[in-house]
Design a protein around this ligand. Structure first.
Ligand code: DX5
Ligand code: ZN
Length: 229
């Protein structure tokens, strides 16, 4: 059931207990998440290696029908697009910095029958995303350098969020601004005020003394409050 709120919370399972991944996905899906954020890392675009299409296929049944947003921290992700779409990825988000042919990669994602998103690192301007605003569902503005959970939020990205918000509103396109990295109870209001609407949170949701649903509810309450301001 959709939430009445206008922000979407996407717990990142990178911070979940990998030995109990199904249960952890289920806890977020039943606990009020809007989607599940899945970080695919290849040991090349970023140093760590996480998981790929087989893991996505394994967790899909635990998501209770919530969309899986696949954040591809992968060099030349076009090679994986078809497998990930088949495995149950619903939105495939690729890094502008990782693709020699960004247009071709976006086209490959859409051809695979799923929605596309484009991500940029904190120091990359939003410009590479702009030609694709009619083709993508989400513009992911990283608020940390990709690769690891639990890093501090980079507030300078708010300038890019506001810039993107203005362009999306002017053009009247249906693109969600997603933020990822360092989003927690201390930073969530700022990103919403700047214009973000898809809020990824890893260590702010998982691995805490409080249950996952309680953490999601807290983040949503703060985000909704910031929207009402
Ligand atoms: C980092 C990943 C994030 C990560 C965020 O490169 O893309 O999705 O899980 O973790 P937190 O919310 O702990 O910063
Ligand atoms: Zn991510």
């Amino acid at each position: 059931m959709p939430h009445p709120s206008h922000v979407k919370i996407g717990p990142s399972i990178l911070a979940a207990d990998f030995a109990r991944l199904g249960e952890e996905v289920e806890a977020a899906a039943r606990g009020g998440a809007d989607y599940i954020h899945v970080d695919v890392m290849d040991g090349d675009f970023v140093p760590p290696i996480t998981f790929g299409s087989q893991m996505i296929e394994a967790i899909k049944p635990y998501a209770g029908g919530l969309p899986l947003v696949i954040h591809m921290m992968v060099t030349e992700p076009a090679r994986q697009v078809e497998d990930i779409a088949k495995a149950g990825g619903d939105i495939i988000v690729i890094h502008a910095e990782a693709c020699a042919d960004l247009a071709g990669t976006v086209a490959a994602i859409r051809k695979a029958g799923v929605q596309a998103g484009i991500a940029v690192k904190p120091e990359t301007p939003i410009d590479p995303i702009l030609p694709f605003l009619d083709d993508i569902a989400t513009a992911l503005l990283m608020t940390v350098n990709p690769g690891y959970g639990g890093q501090p939020y980079i507030p300078e990205v708010e300038i890019k969020i506001a810039e993107m918000r203005k362009l999306i509103d002017e053009r009247g396109v249906d693109v969600d601004i997603e933020v990822d990295g360092g989003i927690n109870e201390n930073t969530i209001e700022q990103v919403v005020q700047a214009g973000a609407r898809l809020l990824v949170a890893g260590t702010a949701v998982y691995g805490r003394p409080e249950p996952v649903p309680e953490r999601i509810a807290l983040l949503r309450e703060l985000a909704d409050g910031a929207l009402a301001d």
